[in-house]
Ligand binder design. Structure first.
Ligand SMILES: [Zn+2]
Length: 260
């Protein structure tokens, strides 16, 4: 839990910047130097029952999943993949227009589903709140530089993402916080809160995935973050839930630590 503690120390120092550090993807690096895992595209996942052909124009209705339906490089795409190997391009990208959900900036592509998910959680008696959403490159840069100044580069990069490498810059990711146990916000124990358990079970129904899990740290480049939700749309969320694969594995894209 060394990294986790460091995060909290920094969070305390940065104060309001905690959400910006976001532990979140934005932030911590794998302590080791994980090699990117070889991709295992969904084509290697046979046995998917043919889905009733809803559109049928592709002529491949029996295909398990159409991995080309959206771009994985265009930051406006709900399937864009951003990690330590794959920075956002253009580097100063920001959603335009921007949507607001509970006062937080998010991509319009994710806003309706986010509102719907938060409403569903409340209806189930598990209200929660947004703790961080879109973060601009400049904002992330300021946080990163301040953290480096305080901790030194090596320590800082374990908890603070380099600008341009934060999934939050897409506006498709949000960090959610517990109202019942706010002490677990941005902490591993969020997974055991009512809110964390609700998200683990229901996020997929709203097109969100928990992007960083215990099993995928070497692939994603980040420690588990049960509070960091990434919108990918219902079809892909369901596919990822079915396969248990990361975005990187699904699309055959590099992951892990920063390039050396
Ligand atoms: Zn996050």
């Amino acid at each position: 839990m060394r990294v986790r503690h460091q995060r909290w120390l920094v969070g305390a120092v940065v104060g309001a910047g905690l959400a910006a550090l976001g532990g979140c993807a934005s932030t911590e690096a794998a302590a080791t130097d994980p090699a990117p895992q070889p991709p295992s595209p969904s084509s290697a996942a046979p046995g998917v029952p043919p889905v009733a052909d809803a559109g049928g124009t592709s002529g491949t209705s029996a295909a398990p999943f159409d991995l080309t339906a959206h771009s994985t490089t265009d930051p406006r795409s709900i399937w864009v993949v951003v990690n330590k190997q794959l920075p956002i391009s253009p580097p100063d990208y920001r959603p335009d227009p921007m949507a607001l959900v509970e006062g937080y900036q998010v991509s319009p592509a994710a806003a309706p589903a986010l509102e719907e998910m938060l409403a569903a959680a409340s209806a189930d008696g598990v209200p929660m709140r947004i703790t961080s959403a879109f973060r601009s490159r400049d904002y992330q840069e300021g946080v990163h530089e301040a953290t480096v100044a305080r901790l030194g580069r090596a320590a800082a990069e374990r908890i603070s993402a380099r600008p341009g490498h934060s999934e939050h810059q897409t506006g498709l990711s949000v960090d959610l916080g517990s109202l019942s146990e706010p002490g677990c916000n941005f902490d591993a124990c969020f997974a055991d809160t009512g809110e964390g358990r609700w998200l683990a079970r229901h996020a997929v129904e709203h097109g969100f995935v928990i992007r960083y899990t215990e099993a995928t740290t070497e692939i994603t480049g980040y420690q588990p973050e049960p509070w960091h939700l990434r919108f990918v749309g219902r079809p892909l969320a369901a596919e990822l839930a079915r396969t248990g694969a990361t975005l990187e594995e699904t699309f055959g894209l590099p992951g892990g630590d920063y390039p050396r």
